[in-house]
Ligand binder design. Structure first.
Ligand SMILES: *[C@@H]1O[C@H](CO)[C@@H](O)[C@H](O)[C@H]1NC(C)=O
Length: 253
């Protein structure tokens, strides 16, 4: 009798967990499946900068990208890249400690995560929405990406001058971005550089190249440069090493 009761309880539990799992969202996240293989190829193309200027995630990859972002692989990929950065910093960089050893970090989806925002945009299935993004950014609640914060602290402790360079508009998002970085533990960087009016409308590559050119003109040696977009890492004065973080949700030219 007791065994039967236990069995019934167990069945009920299993049933309940199934029900809650499928009712949590309209589309439950599911594990990797063999039919994702096109999407694996697509993502490889994106990350190697072979697939460019894409506007939205292909329809058949919406679920794949959601799973990639939410089930841990995204974080694992970031951790691996950051480990590579750490190796480079530990073994290859020879600091002069004259105050001109510099490092460049991008902000959006490098220092700060917009994953919660993009969750509401079908993880890149919806086209870029400048108004929506601005509203989100103005909340100032983007969480730090833990591995990048770890790197950041190491760079600061190591004596690098860290420059945070972002395409965010200085006029509208300057203060919020400053506050958000602060509340997430990004303290003691050398400069936060936002897009001022003179760079309005410029491509990411051109704008960020101009900024880096100025820094090099001031005498800084850019040892490394980390971003989630190829446009963070291309153009002029890109730095001695560049590191691309994964981002299959959007493309910035
Ligand atoms: C770093 O890059 C600069 C500019 O390209 C170059 O002059 C310098 O030799 C590089 N340093 C190392 C250690 O590779």
């Amino acid at each position: 009798m007791k065994q039967i009761r236990e069995l019934v309880m167990l069945l009920l539990l299993v049933l309940c967990s199934k029900l809650t799992a499928t009712s949590a969202g309209s589309m439950p996240i599911r594990k990797w499946k063999p039919e994702d293989s096109y999407c694996l190829s697509w993502r490889l193309g994106v990350e190697t900068n072979s697939v460019r200027a894409w506007r939205i995630v292909p329809n058949q990859c919406l679920r794949y990208v959601e799973s990639y972002m939410m089930l841990g692989q995204y974080e694992r990929d970031i951790d691996l890249i950051i480990d590579q950065v750490m190796d480079y910093v530990n073994h290859d960089v020879v600091l002069s400690n004259d105050g001109f050893d510099a490092w460049i970090l991008d902000v959006d989806d490098t220092c700060l995560s917009n994953l919660f925002y993009y969750q509401g945009k079908r993880f890149g299935g919806d086209p870029y929405d400048p108004k929506g993004f601005k509203e989100w950014a103005l909340k100032g609640v983007c969480p730090a990406i833990p591995a990048v914060l770890r790197l950041y602290n190491k760079l600061i402790e190591g004596g690098f001058k860290v420059f945070l360079v972002t395409g965010r508009s200085e006029a509208t998002l300057g203060q919020t971005t400053l506050d958000n970085l602060h509340n997430q533990g990004f303290l003691a960087y050398e400069r936060l550089i936002l897009r001022s009016d003179e760079y309005k409308g410029m491509s990411g590559i051109a704008y960020k190249s101009e900024i880096r050119k100025k820094l090099v003109g001031e005498g800084y040696r850019i040892w490394g440069n980390v971003g989630d977009q190829w446009s963070d890492l291309q153009g002029e004065y890109i730095g001695n090493r560049t590191f691309k973080l994964p981002n299959p949700m959007y493309f910035v030219p």
